[in-house]
Design a protein around this ligand. Sequence first.
Ligand code: OAD
Length: 246
Amino acid sequence: MIDALAGHLAGAASVVALTGAGVSAASGVPTFRDAQTGLWARYDPMELATPEAFARDPQLVWSWYAWRRSLLARVWPNDAHIALAEWPGRVTVITQNVDGLHQRAGSKAVIELHGRLDRDRCSAVCGTRTPASAAESPPPCPHCGALMRPDVVWFGEALPEQALADALAAVRGADCVLSIGTSSLVRPAAELPWEALAAGVPVGEINTEATLLTGQARWSLRGRADQTLPALVAAIRQRRGDHHEP
Ligand code: OAD
């Protein structure tokens, strides 16, 4: 199956990689829905990742994100991020992840659908954004004085408009969309591969478990992204007769 996908990708001028938490798993960043280890198996998302939760108990939400930020301080990109950063040809990464690991691996074209954990934003409407504060409690917005909050999208919130528009245009205009390391459950991100299919763009999936997308994917590789992506890049290079190192 990897050879068939590599054959298509070797001739693809524009590839889109839609990534989820499974791509960062090998870096030690917890996923959300894996049975034992996923964050939502151990914590209640409605208690921690909604605007209502923050309004109800800003200190609890802030402390939980401070813990997640402390995890990120000790991780680095894995072979999945590096394979995408060294992709043989043009690739746009559309990520649901908030860890910034694609950029740290060297990816240049990255569309962030769910924000960034290393940034704060004003919880009111002034739109002020700052680098993530290490304060124990949510600091006041330097502009309007409202509490600052992590600059990530919470349940029930809209995605950044421009990022979503750019993502839709990218998948509709691609030669291939790869859905990698995502349970394909959270909309509107999970709609992107379907938008690609509706536009006649073939979709491949790389994931350790089957998802709702699997049945529609022309190629479905069951495996870890940090092992499958480097093998896929090597197969593409071989098809292209690329002998130079990345
Ligand atoms: P999930 O935890 O829902 O799904 C991760 C997927 O990756 C699962 O299907 C796993 O089987 C798979 N997986 C785990 N390890 C893998 C590996 N090493 N290689 C390949 N696949 C692996 O995470 P997401 O789909 O990213 O929302 O979750 C989407 C959104 O839901 C997140 O962005 C977050 C969460 O609530 C926000 O932050 C707004």
